[in-house]
Design a protein around this ligand. Sequence first.
Ligand code: PGA
Length: 262
Amino acid sequence: MTESELETERGAMPSVRIMGDYDALSRLAADRVTEAVHCAPTGPLTVPTGETPLGMYRELVRRVEQGDLDFSQTHVFCLDEYVGVSPEDQGSLTRWLKQAFTDPIGLPPANLHLLPTQASDLDRAADAYEAEIAAQGGLALAVVGLGQNGHIAFNEPGSEPDSPTRVVALTPESRSQSADYWDGQHEIPPTALTMGLGTILAARRIVLIVSGESKADTLRRTLEEPMTSDLPASWLRLAADRLEVIADDPAARLLSGKEFEG
Ligand code: PGA
């Protein structure tokens, strides 16, 4: 995305949907994935790991089981994975995504695009990953979660809005959030491959899902303070009306001018 393209989008505003509870948030996020797949069955999509999307995944699996949704043609690109870790490893984010989402929805294994975390030349492999996304026509939808430190995927503080898929050093905060997530069972590697903020910002639709009071201040800064690389999530606002924020009431409690829905 060029600077001038970013400029022209600045007039339009992201939409912010504040839902009464986590289930309502999960259903609306599932609606957005459903709409994207109905509109473009091949996607491609990218979706996050973490606690926040679990309800959305449960809802999407339910829709597939009921015969209302079909992912058999959809391509999914992984958002992030630790360097050196493969989907066979217990502490793999890709493994987690397969178990929580892509296996239960019957995504053909060949349609799950893995980050090349074991390549000998990671920079080159990251460029090839970008080319793979472009070859699929660019992302139709990026669903992302909000890190406590404002990261999006593993675009850690310091990430620029035009950053591509690349190797990043994980901050102590992200490593500790990850360690807690795995209940301390897995050693968190120091580096990861992450889809770039620029790659995510180029998606035709972006949905940021945010749940819980612990994210309230990060969400407020994301939406209401000047955009800055210190808080990479704030750059999502460059997507203007291509960005929809879906938050539950506890996560939204510090936002000014909020309207309740759901
Ligand atoms: P969480 O993680 O959904 O587990 O809070 C969000 C993130 O760090 O991207």
